[in-house]
Design a protein around this ligand. Structure first.
Ligand code: AMP
Ligand code: ZN
Length: 167
């Protein structure tokens, strides 16, 4: 499988700096990283409403929020989606999600929250640098949950078997 995640050479260097990334290990071009909107934010080239940062992740408010407090958690190394998400060396990503979500919920007095990742254009991914959405939810905020489809029992069994054998 092609390696789509850029590895950092040194934690001290900015991981979003194209010159500091190991292109031999990656199919991602220097241009992709230079032009990537989230890499630009990580390099400090464009502003963001930052709420959290550690060595491996940054979190900032979504510029077009679904609800107040909508926050994005973004790995500092460029990778295109969740399947290419870097293995955290220091950061427990679930703990970061819990920490940021808890803060976003508390300060907005939300009644709940969604955690979402859009993977690929078909799933609605627009920015091709992996990120996790934290979306505070409010009772009667008018947002609709996903609709469901009728899948036959035989199709369910077939896909269940296929997933099990794939794993
Ligand atoms: P996705 O559809 O999962 O790729 O979502 C990308 C998200 O990034 C959208 O919700 C955008 O509003 C958000 N976004 C795009 N550019 C910026 C930016 N410069 N600062 C903050 N959020 C952004
Ligand atoms: Zn990027």
């Amino acid at each position: 499988m092609e390696k789509d995640c850029i590895q950092q050479k040194s934690a001290k260097q900015s991981s979003a700096d194209p010159k500091n990334q190991d292109f031999l290990k990656s199919k991602i071009s220097e241009d992709t990283i230079r032009d990537c909107i989230f890499c630009k934010i990580i390099r400090g080239e464009i502003p963001c409403s930052k709420v959290y940062e550690d060595k491996e992740f940054i979190a900032f408010l979504d510029i077009r929020p679904i609800n107040k407090g909508h926050t994005l958690i973004v790995p500092k190394i460029h990778c295109k989606d969740l399947l290419d998400f870097p293995k955290s060396e220091e950061t427990d990503l679930v703990e970061v999600i819990k920490k940021v979500a808890n803060a976003a919920v508390k300060v907005t007095s939300a009644d709940g929250f969604n955690v979402g990742v859009n993977n690929g254009k078909a799933a609605g991914q627009v920015v091709m640098h992996a990120h996790i959405h934290i979306i505070p939810r409010f009772d009667n905020d008018g947002l609709k949950s996903w609709p469901n489809k009728k899948i036959s029992e035989s199709e369910m069994q077939e896909v269940q078997k296929k997933i099990i054998s794939f794993l």
